[in-house]
Design a protein around this ligand. Structure first.
Ligand SMILES: [Zn+2]
Length: 163
């Protein structure tokens, strides 16, 4: 994806207030992110471990989501799979919950998805980050097909949040 600046990212949030979007944590090292290998950029708030964020480019427009993650429970110690990139980690997947946009979100409606806890799906898909032995199912898909699938899964999640 094309590199984004901090103001572009802050302006892209769709499911939190403008005030929150102004204050929330955005990585300082944006110019050092591996943008060429990213379909979306995800990050966690170092000050608030249950808060994560992601920004993607959909149809040429940046869309960012504020997410809450549940801390890993004992039952999650077994292998769990990210529903975006289909990487299996032991303990490396979290339930990410996004408030819906608009009135539905104000009424407390949320959408959840299991995702890589570090939100580095694009790097796992490309084999740039290792999730451990047995982390990837053997698949006959090409890299391009796996990337397209991850992007489609993310787009479907964002569509549910903004529906
Ligand atoms: Zn993932």
């Amino acid at each position: 994806m094309k590199p984004l600046t901090e103001p572009e990212i802050r302006a892209a949030f769709v499911n939190c207030s403008k005030g929150e979007a102004k204050r929330l944590h955005v990585p300082r090292d944006l110019s050092e992110q591996p943008w060429d290998d990213l379909d979306f950029l995800g990050w966690r708030d170092p000050q608030a471990p249950d808060r994560s964020y992601l920004v993607a480019e959909l149809d040429g427009r940046a869309v960012a989501l504020a997410l809450r993650s549940s801390s890993a429970a004992a039952w999650q110690a077994r292998l769990s799979m990210c529903s975006m990139c289909l990487t299996t980690h032991s303990g490396g997947v979290s339930l990410m919950v996004a408030a819906k946009t608009g009135k539905a979100g104000q009424q407390g409606n949320t959408v959840g998805a299991y995702m890589c806890s570090d939100l580095a799906c694009p790097l796992y898909v490309r084999g740039k980050k290792d999730a451990g032995i047995g982390a990837r199912l053997h698949e006959t898909l090409t890299l391009e097909e796996k990337i397209q699938r991850t992007v489609a899964n993310l787009a479907a999640f964002i569509a549910k949040v903004t529906a």
